[in-house]
Design a protein around this ligand. Structure first.
Ligand SMILES: C[S@@+](CC[C@H](N)C(=O)[O-])C[C@H]1O[C@@H](n2cnc3c(N)ncnc32)[C@H](O)[C@@H]1O
Length: 249
């Protein structure tokens, strides 16, 4: 199978997108309360929130339910289709692939599920962070999660894992081929209407970065940011960091 490439729709094709939607909503659910607290000033002033890497709309649903105006974006058409039915017309849902596509000007840019770690090179992650910072209006807020080098260090020799539900199975092998690389080789089986099972395979190559460098990088683009272990009271997995910042100029 061809490895996935930056901005290539081969990340999260139909079946893995569906499996993510059905089985992996816990991260967005855990992050939502902290994210909503961070976004409260934006909600009060009826500001616009741009969500990057919205996936199937799992966080989007919480943002919209809280009364926020949301433009939810993702690189995967399969994810966007799921988001359109999950959030049912309550948000503007559109394709946006970082770092190539412009990020709309916004009072907040948010995202969970480490979309930026799907880029090929650290330089592209920096470009994406710069694009997010530039999109923020004065006083605007950013809140995204990002996998640190610690993500890989804490997952060396991670054993393979199988998740099963009634209508789907996900089998994953993990590797850390370099301190800044995390690879998942995933096979999905999804039950079809006629009772047969369809197989698909995806390989996800994540780039890991030293998140301690991020505040200085964002400062160059007018955003004062901190790196911390959570958006609120949730416990993020080891090596996943919350980057929260405010546009100061
Ligand atoms: C782990 S999923 C998280 C989805 C969703 N935010 C959630 O928490 O359920 C990562 C998402 O990032 C998206 N993504 C990957 N590369 C991207 C890129 N270059 N630009 C925008 N989105 C990207 C994927 O399509 C996928 O939906």
């Amino acid at each position: 199978m061809e490895p996935s490439r930056r901005g290539d729709a081969s990340y999260y094709r139909d079946d893995l997108a569906l499996v993510h939607h059905l089985g992996f909503g816990f991260h967005a659910e855990a992050c939502a309360p902290g994210m909503l607290r961070i976004l409260e000033p934006v909600r009060r002033r009826h500001g616009l929130v741009v969500e990057i890497g919205c996936g199937s709309g799992l966080l989007t649903g919480y943002l919209v339910a809280a009364g926020l105006h949301v433009v939810a974006t993702d690189a995967s058409e399969a994810m966007l289709q799921l988001a359109r039915s999950h959030v049912a017309g309550a948000a503007d849902i559109r394709p946006l692939t970082l770092p190539l596509d412009p990020v709309p000007a916004a009072d907040a840019v948010v995202g969970v599920g480490h979309a930026l770690n799907y880029l090929d090179e650290e330089r592209q992650v920096e470009e994406a962070l710069a694009a997010i910072a530039t999109a923020l209006l004065p006083g605007g807020i950013m809140a995204i999660d990002l996998c640190d080098l610690q993500w890989g260090a804490s997952r060396v020799n991670q054993p393979p894992r199988i998740w099963r539900a009634h209508d789907w199975v996900l089998m994953t092998e993990f590797s850390v081929p370099a301190p800044n690389r995390y690879v998942r080789v995933m096979t999905t089986f999804v039950r079809q209407d006629d009772g047969s099972w369809r197989r698909d395979d995806e390989r996800h190559d994540n780039i890991l970065i030293d998140t301690a460098r991020v505040p200085e990088l964002l400062e160059r683009h007018g955003v004062a940011a901190t790196v911390s272990r959570s958006f609120g009271d949730e416990e993020l997995p080891p090596g996943l960091m919350a980057i929260v910042g405010r546009k100061i100029g």
